[in-house]
Design a protein around this ligand. Structure first.
Ligand code: NAD
Length: 445
């Protein structure tokens, strides 16, 4: 099949490479010439395990093409996937500017029948909006071309994106047309071999499914974080509580790890966007509003503990904190809405100096944090500790799970660890002379 992917970011590039890997011919279009230049040089502009090899191989085999010209991408394509960003507006609603621009350009450029697919996460009703924009542009050109606008929300996780796309839990397709369903069946047959994996529904249900899924996952995180806060106050251990509740298979163990709150480019904005949609139609989204506000509080949990700890020592002004991990989660370089950024902002506002290390996100971090004079990015996991008053573990990278505690002790001015991911054993650290603060468990030392 011939496919055009518009927007070559995390979702667009992964989708393109995975479609190409199954023998399709895929044109990737992006407005950013630097992105296209990098891809043509055989490199990728984002960090995603396994993606670079896949992109390189399919580009060399001429199944993957990169261009800044939508016309080149559209010419031969039957499917046109819109995979541009849908950021959060200042009022919490979903900013559809980029999607609408692409719809307009498609209407101005297409010359034959297409299946246009919203893969970006978009509010209910967007497919209808895209349809009217394309139709209006075609009318301006005096054309009456046949096209469908389907919804095919993406459920991949950064860090596991390639395997999520290749072996999806499910593929949701929203369309009102039977013929479109058949073409999607062919397109996704190599990925969704069992028929139940391909779920067809109405366009609005598909759009809503993506928000419902992300809000459910965000709810699980805020729920366990709230349990963790209560555990701390009543002297329970949230790790034990997680095991106790997860053993009930109606609850399960997945996605109930307490931590520094959810971040990334999806959950925060998607929860806010659904709150916004619900209010627009007169619903009262009380539960997801609470999920959002628990998360905002949780993102400040670690910095609060740090401020409280240093208070009796004259506060954090002039002191230095080492941070392990800046990405919003492990195995990605994505720092959008990362909890590390909230922690850094709160502590530097109070006058604390930050030295931070991340194995992959350091390049993006240098760019994002370059105007903050109190922040220094260090490129070595142990050097970053030297001369710091404490270390805070913010991202759960594997290399932080079993560190050399003697080296940590040697490098820090005092053996103090703030662990936002519950990676370590409090009794081990307590008996080795550390002061150790984690989430939903009693502090030691
Ligand atoms: P991204 O910011 O990484 O990539 C978007 C790309 O679109 C950028 O490279 C940008 O230059 C390009 N672009 C913008 N306007 C364009 C235009 N008119 N023509 C061509 N290219 C254009 O975004 P992302 O993280 O891949 O997210 C894309 C969508 O997928 C969002 O709606 C997001 O919510 C959703 N989503 C993201 C993830 C994820 O983990 N990142 C997972 C599922 C769904």
């Amino acid at each position: 099949m011939n496919i055009c992917i518009v927007g070559t970011g995390y979702v667009g590039l992964v989708s393109a490479a995975c479609f190409a890997e199954m023998g399709n011919h895929v044109w990737c279009v992006d407005v950013n010439p630097d992105v296209i230049k990098t891809l043509k040089e055989g490199k990728i502009h984002i960090f995603e395990p396994g993606l670079e090899d896949l992109v390189k191989r399919n580009y060399e085999d001429q199944r993957l093409f990169f261009t800044t010209s939508l016309k080149d991408g559209l010419d031969k394509a039957r499917f046109v996937f819109i995979t541009v960003g849908t950021p959060c507006s200042s009022d919490g609603s979903c900013d559809l500017r980029f999607v609408e621009n692409v719809a307009r350009e498609i209407g101005q450029t297409m010359t034959d029948s297409k299946i246009i697919v919203d893969k970006s996460t978009v509010p209910v009703g967007t497919a209808d909006k895209v349809r009217s924009i394309v139709k209006a542009e075609l009318e301006k050109r005096g054309l009456d071309l046949e096209f469908d606008v389907a919804s095919n929300p993406e459920f991949l996780k950064e860090g596991d994106a390639v395997s999520d796309f290749m072996k999806p839990d499910r593929v949701v397709v929203g369309t009102e047309k039977k013929e479109t369903c058949k073409e999607f069946e062919t397109l996704y047959a190599p990925y969704a071999r069992s028929r139940e994996k391909l779920i067809f529904m109405g366009t609005r249900s598909a759009e809503m499914t993506k928000y419902a899924a992300n809000c459910m996952l965000a709810t699980k995180i805020s729920f366990i974080n709230e349990m963790a806060s209560i555990c701390e106050l009543v002297g329970a251990n949230v790790r034990e509580v997680r095991l106790g509740i997860g053993s009930d298979h109606r609850i399960g163990y997945y996605f109930i790890y307490p931590g520094v709150g959810y971040g990334g480019s999806c959950f925060p904005k998607d929860v806010k966007a659904l709150i916004n949609t619900a209010k627009e139609v007169g619903a009262r989204p009380e539960l997801i509003e609470a999920v959002d506000s628990v998360n905002n509080r949780q993102k400040k949990m670690l910095s609060r503990k740090i401020l409280d700890y240093f208070e009796p020592q004259g506060g954090v002004r002039g002191k230095t904190l080492a941070i392990w991990g800046l990405a919003f989660k492990a195995n990605t370089d994505d720092m959008r809405e990362s909890s590390a950024l909230s922690i850094i902002s709160e502590l530097t506002e109070a006058g604390m100096k930050i030295k931070a290390f991340d194995p992959v996100a350091h390049i993006k971090a240098e760019e994002i944090l370059r105007d903050n004079d109190l922040v220094e990015i260090v490129h070595n996991q142990y050097e970053v500790l030297e001369g710091a008053n404490a270390v805070a573990v913010v991202t759960d990278w594997n290399q932080f799970r079993n560190p050399d505690f003697d080296k940590i002790k040697e490098a820090l001015l005092a053996p103090v660890i703030f662990d936002g991911r519950n990676l370590y054993d409090p009794s081990y650290l307590g008996s080795n002379g550390f002061a150790y603060f984690s989430v939903g468990r009693r502090p030691v030392g």
